[in-house]
Design a protein around this ligand. Structure first.
Ligand code: GLN
Length: 349
């Protein structure tokens, strides 16, 4: 017993001195960043410098508004579970949250219906196909696939209760704002641009209706879904939304329990499985953190118990995931040893 205590004191001292940056002893530290703040800052700066001139990838252009967003913009934000904030680059620009919204509508649906009903009504299987695939709706036994592809997300949005579309939309926006700890607003131009061109999503909603896998009016649900995708966030707000997931559903800035603690494992596992669509397997292999991307150029990754990193850079790869955001998060996660599956990160080595 004495020995354990001595070991604990020694560990705490070493961690406090910054001598032991990771591993089992680091878990005795109070803060997920301090006393490593300098290390985290320098790793983020390294990542920023290393990848800032990478011009690969291309802005999404199937939503006309997104094609003309400055593709050189690049911002990184980290928010920890004890509400420390680290930012670099274009972290004030408000971009459309796009598919990252799906995570939070899933959380709201579980809040209203409980996880079992959401699982039964939407499913949670990877599609292995692009995020907007109608073939997946036809082929998959669940039809909706999972809450993070378009079909499953539209089905999830259709589960949100309300007297009318306006009430449902307000509930969704308020919920996102609570997760961000700030009032979020719709970017009207993005909404109009997407609403004028979203025939593919309307088709998905009708296919879902054919299989009885949508739970409100299909086109009304697509419209609310389109609005939720057009919510503006900056990288810091997005990182705070992620930190709320990392912090057991409690927003670290406001202290409010936004998402039920028991829903968090369902959300994080769904993100691991489908957060980067058909790039999710490679992401799990290389990075090992639940994450979610959006075609607006944002990705947020969650280090449970520690915090979240959000990166914004518009050019996307073939699967629709920001190229630079993937590079930065992979680099930072490796350097700081955040991979959930690594023995070191859970203190076994
Ligand atoms: N609003 C976009 C769509 O429905 C979201 C897609 C995405 O971010 N991957 O296509």
């Amino acid at each position: 017993m004495k020995q354990i205590h001595a070991k604990f004191v020694l560990a705490a001292t070493l961690v406090a001195a910054g001598v032991v940056p990771t591993g089992v002893w680091a878990q005795t530290a109070r803060s997920p960043v301090a006393p490593r703040r300098e290390l985290v800052e320098s790793v983020v700066r390294e990542a920023y410098e290393k990848f800032r001139s990478d011009t690969s990838g291309k802005n999404a252009d199937y939503i006309p508004y997104l094609a003309q967003v400055d593709s050189k913009m690049f911002g990184i934000a980290i928010v920890t579970t004890d509400n420390q904030v680290l930012t670099l680059g274009d972290v004030k620009y408000s971009f459309s949250i796009q598919s990252i919204s799906k995570v939070f509508t899933l959380a709201l649906a579980m809040e209203e219906l409980g996880p079992d009903k959401v699982f039964a009504k939407v499913g949670s299987e990877p599609t292995g196909r692009p995020f907007n695939s109608p073939l997946a709706v036809v082929d998959m036994p669940s039809h909706s696939g999972n809450p993070l592809v378009n079909a499953g997300a539209i089905a999830t949005t259709s589960l949100i209760s309300g007297q009318n579309a306006g009430e449902k939309w307000k509930k969704i926006l308020d919920f996102y704002s609570k997760a961000a700890g700030e009032k979020l607003v719709l970017i009207d131009e993005v909404y109009k641009s997407e609403a004028a061109t979203n025939t593919g999503n309307k088709a998905l909603s009708m296919l879902l209706a054919k299989y009885d896998r949508i739970y409100a009016d299909p086109f009304e649900s697509v419209d609310i879904y389109t609005k939720q995708c057009s919510v503006g966030v900056n990288a810091t707000q997005l990182a705070r939304m992620g930190a709320t997931l990392a912090n057991n559903g409690i927003n670290p800035a406001t202290g409010q329990q936004v998402i039920k603690s028991e829903d968090i494992p369902h959300i994080l596992s769904t993100m691991t499985m489908a957060g980067l669509y058909d790039g999710s397997g490679g992401w799990a292999w290389h990075v090992g953190l639940p994450a979610k991307s959006g075609v607006g150029g944002g990705i947020v990754a969650i280090a449970p118990g520690k915090g979240a990193i959000a990166v914004f850079a518009p050019p996307l790869d073939e699967a629709g995931n920001s190229v630079k955001a993937q590079e930065v998060i992979e680099y930072v996660a490796q350097r700081l040893n955040y991979n959930l599956y690594s023995p070191t990160s859970v203190g076994l080595k």
